[in-house]
Design a protein around this ligand. Structure first.
Ligand code: NAD
Length: 353
């Protein structure tokens, strides 16, 4: 069994679905169900005995100790986090609590659990920390992409809290010998992403006839990866990554935000034309830039390709088409996450949580 934290969120849910599509090894899924956690994402697993969902906080040491002792996972894949930069600017407290204190409690619980395991099980144990390229701060226009050796220079409360948790993970390896692996991934997109993030926000607002808010000049550059490629990379690192190492995961697809919005509008114009015949591009509205907005992230993912043989399966063109199609085909999911009605759905379908 593996323990996944944050497995009802965007990437965590995609990971759990992918894992159980390709393996019979059960998943214990621990998620607090914050606004970003949505059991509707895991609807297909409702009757699946390989998936056990527990609603709880990674900061709850007693809960963690009990779950680890009872289920004896061989690996912990740690997604749970507060993940939205804008929310971290308006209210950093939750980011400190979950991303730093929560990760600390989880590390401690896993350290104690590992120490009590028999030798062989202890040697096989893995703690995989899922992190972000945002910990490295902003790149100048022609600087080379971030490599694993780059020093952390986080600029937002979100990235600072993730960097702090990465440092804790590293220290628990060096000090206590915890068998950790860390991944730093670029921006993800794909099905099940909460529509506060750029790509689903643009799709949902476009279809709803709302303005498409673009920060500042829209020339901030990011590297975009289809979420299922992130999941396959994490599986690969868990399987073959070298303990104590970190691995960069990216799509080799660096683009300006405004170009992302243009791609989405062009796809929607073809797939779901506006009734008035105008392009969705007419809904773009430039708004005041985010404070401290990093101009550029780019990730050098050659190490994971070279050492572990991982490559993304999707190109930007194929991934964004699949994503737009998914949102067009799932209006009910979108309506539920927007209204909060999915919480009622949770009570109906999972009365035990
Ligand atoms: P998300 O916000 O969609 O999901 C986070 C999940 O964690 C939610 O289900 C939430 O309920 C849960 N959670 C939050 N606080 C918790 C707590 N205290 N205890 C238990 N569960 C809690 O986030 P995401 O986009 O799926 O990101 C997942 C991980 O991947 C994060 O660690 C993030 O930093 C990292 N990451 C994200 C991206 C990206 O582009 N989204 C890129 C690189 C890395």
């Amino acid at each position: 069994m593996i323990l996944v934290t944050g497995g009802a969120g965007f990437i965590g849910a995609n990971f759990v679905l992918d894992w159980l599509a390709s393996s019979d090894e059960p998943v214990l899924n621990l998620d607090k169900l914050s606004y970003a956690g949505n059991l509707h994402n895991l609807e297909g697993l409702r009757q699946d005995p390989r998936h056990r969902f527990v609603q709880g906080d990674i900061g709850d040491s007693a809960l963690l100790a009990g779950l680890l002792a009872e289920h004896q996972p061989r690996a912990i894949v740690h997604f749970a986090a507060e993940s939205h930069v804008d929310r971290s600017i308006h209210g950093p407290e939750d980011f400190i609590q979950t991303n730093i204190v929560g990760t600390f409690r989880l590390l401690e619980a896993v350290r104690r659990y590992g120490a009590a395991l028999p030798d062989r099980a202890r040697q096989g144990l893995r703690f995989l920390q899922v992190s972000t390229d945002e910990v490295y701060g902003s790149l100048a226009p022609r600087e080379p992409a971030f490599a694993e050796t780059r020093a952390f220079q986080p600029n937002s409360p979100y990235s600072a809290s993730k960097a702090a948790s990465d440092h804790l993970v590293r220290a628990w390896h060096h000090t206590y010998g915890l068998p950790v692996l860390t991944t730093h991934c670029s921006n993800n997109y794909g099905p099940l992403q909460f529509p506060e993030k750029l790509i689903p926000l643009m799709i949902v607002n476009a279809l709803g006839g709302q303005p498409l808010p673009v920060y500042g000049d829209g020339l901030q550059r990011r590297d975009w990866l289809y979420v299922k490629d992130h999941c396959s990379a994490i599986r690969r690192v868990l399987e073959a990554g070298q303990v104590g190492h970190s691995y960069h995961i990216g799509g080799g697809n660096e683009q300006a935000n405004i170009d992302i919005v243009h791609s989405i509008c062009t796809l929607l114009d073809a797939l779901r034309p506006r009734p008035d015949g105008q392009s969705y591009l007419s809904q773009i509205a430039h708004v005041q830039d985010r404070p401290g907005h990093d101009r550029r992230y780019a990730i050098d993912a050659r190490k994971i390709g070279r050492e572990l043989g991982w490559q993304p399966a999707e190109t930007w063109a194929s991934g964004i088409r699949k994503t737009v199609q998914w949102y067009l085909e799932h209006p009910q999911w979108v309506a539920q996450v927007q209204t909060g009605a999915y919480r009622d759905w949770v009570q109906t379908c999972y009365p035990q949580v």
